[in-house]
Structures are given as C-alpha cells and as structure tokens.
Design a protein around this ligand. Structure first.
Ligand code: G4P
Length: 523
C-alpha cells in the first residue's frame, strides 16, 4: 500500500472523554472542536438550557428530554492529526453504549472537577479503560475556582483509581488567585488571563523564570516551585511506555470554561496519544495498516429518523481503507454486502463519508443486518474481532406485554432489541418470567419507547430494584437456592446466574455455599 495510506492511519487519534456529569466534558469537547474548526461558536455541542438541541439528539426521546441518549462521534483536524472524539453520555443517560464506546477508542481523556475530585461515574468508566489497558490522559478542570490541593488530587488518583500519575503541568494558585500553570513539559509558565503574546514565560535550565516578571514576586509562584521540586525528586518519572500501557496517567491542569490550558493539553495529548492500535481477532492481531478493510460494530442506534425508522450501526475501522460502495462480508453469517449507505460524523452535521481509514468511525445504515460485536471485512479471510465484553447491569425490571393478545409483537421486539444490544434479558427458571437488566435507567425508557413505536407493543415494567448479578457454572444450578434475595435466572445465552438483592445477600450466600464459584464479567 502507498505510504499515504499509512500516513493517514498514523494521523488518527481516536478517544473518548470520561467523567462524572458536570465535570466539564461538554465544555472541553466544545473547546477542542473550536480549535479544530469543526464548530464556529461555543454552545453548539449542547444547548439544553437555552432550548437549542444538539444535533446529536437524533432520537425522539432525546428531543423530549433534551438530552443525548447515545454516544455521538465528532471529528476534526488539528495540525495534521485527524481527531475522532467519541462522546460518552453521563448520568441518567448512562447505558451499555457508554461502556461499549470505550471498546472503540485507542485512548481516553479523564476530566476531574478540581473541587470534587474523583466521582462515582469516573470510577466506573475508568475501570473499563483499565480493563483494556488503554492510555488515560487526565485533565483536572475548573482551576479558576477554589478546589482541592493539587497534591491531594494526585493522591486521590492513586488511592481511589490505583493509577500513578505524572503532572505535565502544575497550577500556580487557584480560584480567585489563579495565576497560571507551571508547564513542566514545555519548561514555561502559561499565565492565566494574559494575552496571547505575553502568555508564555520561558524558564531557565533550573526551571525558574528568566529575568524579571511580576509573577515571580508572588508567594504562590514560590509555592508552586517548591511543589514542582518535590515532584521532581519524589514523584513518578515520566515514561512514554508507561503512558502507552495505561499504568501512568499524564495530568494536565486547566480551566475549560475560560479556555485555559486546553490548547497546551491538546497539543501535548496529540503527541503522546497512540495512533490506531492493532486489534485482537480469531486469526491473531490485525495491524491497522493491513490492506484489507476490517472493522467491528460497537453500537447500533435506531430510529434516528422517525420517518424512515432507520438504524445506524457504528463501526470502528480496524484496518484498511473504507470506500463507499465497497464490497465486504459479515463474518458472523458470511453474507456479502455492498457498503453504499454510510455516514461520517461531524458535530453539527451528518455528512456522507467517501473514504475513511483505521481509527475512524463510520455509520452504516442498517436494516436489521448487524448485531453489536459484528465484524465486517473486505478480505477473503473471515476474521472475527474479539467479542465485546458484557457489562454487568445494575438495574432490573420485570417486563410483560400490556395486551396479552399482542404476545407476538412483544416477543419479536424483545428478541430484536436484545440482539441489537439495547438491553439485557434474563428469564427465571420454571416460570420463564422476563427480566430486563440495564446499566442505566434511560435504557429502560428507550426500550419502552421503542417497543411502542417500532413494534406497536405496550409494555408493563415493574422495577425490581438494583441487583448484583453473579454468574455460576451450569453444573452448579440448584433451583432450591433461588429466593427473592438471590434469584436464579438464565441470561440470553442460557447461562445461569444469581441476582443478589444487595452486598449482604451476596456475602451470606457465599458463606452458606462456599463450593459455588460466583463470577462477574466486569472483574
Ligand atoms: P458535563 O458535560 O461534564 O456534564 O459538564 P459541562 O461541560 O456541561 O459543565 C458543567 C458546568 O461546569 C457548566 O456550568 C460549565 O459552565 C461549568 N464548567 C465547565 N468547565 C468549567 C471551568 O473550567 N470552570 C468553571 N468555573 N466552570 C466550568 P453550568 O452552570 O452547570 O451550566 P451552563 O449554564 O454554563 O451550561
């Protein structure tokens, strides 16, 4: 293949931003898109409070609630890089899609609110990134407000997440007294609220300001200098390799809202973030510069356009070049297909894509062909990428059809939505009751909405609360151990598991039945 193809692949940076709601993900994303020229004005990505809806709010339910149900994809170019940001929705919008999106990236940017430190949702998303060993870049946000001491935040990274850190820069003051950042990597000071020209002050070989500068007189500068010395002596060493294998996170301080430290972050991130990485398959690792096109479906979004009831399968390209109209085959069925209907993703537009390479995400119009985890390839060899992990749901409802005469459409809807990966389905032993599991409440709402709109089936959903699922070996199934506190069910692959009412019920069960090995796919 020509070197231009290889250069194209090497220029890709595909990442997701992970954070707890309100840490500043939207604000940072917007600033990044502004740098990349993908949008022209702030407020384009999300305007929920002004009544404007982001263009990623495709689904009707999203419009009703003014939120983004599923992760959208944004692409922009910056200094020769082609950047793909995969959005991971937060809070109530949280779903299995959020987790699966992390299967399609090569790195993650973790935003932490400097006043709040590490929060619940960040922990959950971090664990998934950890599981994949992908590099994680940390942006500690809102330095224009008073927050926790920077050293305390680093300690939290280590204690709560168990990851070592290397601060690429260090705040000089914060909140009302925020003066700027001491940039260890570029050996300069970046001053807060100072014009472009005077913004950067170079440091000498000892890491101190050359010549005179008002900032030099500040005790906050003295303090920052002392802390940086402490980091130099007692902190972790910078290691490109450890960043690449996800055991060391480079940390950047800044303020997304005031666009401070964002450009420095972006440029340094692009330098160290990995280009598209090889992916494991049934025939070994697939190199991103391999000639044959291949990719896998990590998400299916339905009903984007209610007039057409279309679905879009989101495909992460893992090798080769995608060209519109190309012939591929679906590994699961061996079925040949022509990829003529495709879309790429810009924040404010869904435009047709003619060419894309490894690392890029394309959207394929789907009429029910694809399932989550499907591999498509243009090669002769029927490769199949590693199965996407199943994420243990936390919330459960019992579901029945409101109209008993409409069992057929009820079952058809459930089967299709489960196959698509929209929700998890469990069946009780003997009574065959349907139980749905989700990682976020919104998945149930989307399910209910789609059952009605796409399958004309009204459903009754009775919440049965949060549960802790633990899988067991088939040989250990014993229906007499099933109770309301530890309910024995089968998943959609007929694998047995218990749904425990809480931690206490789980421990009690384990004490009573030490011979039963309980497992959790997330661990
Ligand atoms: P999210 O997507 O992670 O949920 O967070 P988002 O960017 O929407 O930011 C949450 C709130 O935090 C917003 O304020 C936003 O303006 C603010 N914020 C983000 N970055 C910074 C920062 O660097 N400094 C300060 N001081 N605030 C920041 P809001 O009042 O909740 O929303 P809005 O009315 O501004 O949209």
């Amino acid at each position: 293949m020509t070197s231009t193809f290889k250069d194209e692949v090497l220029s890709r940076r595909t990442f997701a931003i992970i954070s707890h709601p309100d840490a500043g993900k939207t604000t940072l994303t917007e600033q990044l898109l502004l740098f990349g020229g993908a949008i022209r004005a702030a407020g384009t990505v999300k305007g929920k409070k002004t009544g404007k809806f982001a263009t990623s709010d495709w689904m009707e339910i999203e419009k009703q609630r003014g939120i983004s149900v599923t992760s959208s994809v944004m692409q922009f170019e910056y200094e020769g890089f082609r950047v793909n940001i995969l959005d991971t929705p937060g809070h109530q919008d949280f779903s299995e899609d959020t987790y699966r999106t992390l299967m399609a990236v090569d790195s993650a940017v973790m935003i932490i609110d400097s006043a709040k430190g590490i929060e619940d949702q960040t922990i959950k998303l971090f664990k998934v990134c950890r599981m994949r060993g992908i590099p994680i870049f940390t942006f500690i946000n809102k330095l224009d407000r008073q927050g926790k001491a920077p050293l305390e935040l680093l300690a939290e990274l280590e204690e709560v997440l168990g990851i070592e850190s290397y601060p690429m820069n260090w705040p000089v003051g914060m909140g009302k007294e925020f003066l700027g950042i001491y940039d260890r990597y570029h050996n300069r000071i970046e001053q807060f609220r100072v014009d472009e020209k005077d913004r950067f002050i170079e440091l000498d070989e000892n890491g101190e300001i050359k010549g005179e500068s008002p900032i030099k007189q500040s005790s906050l500068y003295e303090q920052a200098l002392e802390e940086v010395m402490l980091l130099d002596e007692a902190g972790n060493e910078f290691s490109k390799d450890r960043i690449a294998n996800g055991t060391l996170t480079p940390v950047f301080f800044g303020s997304a809202l005031t666009n401070f430290g964002v450009q420095t972050f972006l440029e340094t991130y692009l330098k160290f973030a990995p280009s598209p990485q090889p992916r494991n398959s049934n025939v070994g690792m697939i190199d991103p510069v391999r000639e044959d096109f291949s990719g896998f479906v990590f998400k299916i979004q339905a009903n984007m356009n209610p007039a057409h009831r279309d679905r879009i399968a989101f495909v992460r390209i893992c090798s080769g070049k995608f060209e519109r109209g190309m012939n591929v085959s679906l590994s699961r069925t061996g079925k040949p297909m022509k990829l003529s209907q495709s879309t790429s993703f810009l924040a404010d537009d869904r435009s047709t894509v003619d060419m894309a390479v490894s690392g890029d995400i394309i959207g394929l119009y789907d009429t029910g062909t694809y399932q989550i985890g499907d591999t498509i390839t243009s090669g002769k060899e029927a490769i199949q990428f590693e199965k996407l992990p199943q994420f243990a749901p936390e919330l459960f409802v019992k579901v029945t059809a409101k109209n008993v005469m409409k069992q057929k459409s009820f079952h058809k809807g459930i089967v299709q939505l489960v196959q698509e990966g929209a929700i998890q389905l469990y069946k009780t032993y003997r009574t065959d009751d349907y139980i749905l599991g989700a990682v976020g409440q919104l998945q149930f709402e989307v399910f209910e909405h789609r059952m009605k709109n796409e399958y004309n089936s009204d459903v009754i959903m009775e919440p049965i609360g949060s549960k802790i699922p633990r899988w067991i070996e088939e040989t250990q199934v014993n229906e007499s151990l099933s109770s309301s506190r530890s309910l024995l069910v089968k998943d959609r692959f007929d694998k047995p598991l218990f749904l425990f009412e809480n931690d206490f019920a789980l421990r009690w069960f384990q004490d009573k039945n030490p011979g039963i090995k309980l497992s959790n796919p997330m661990e």
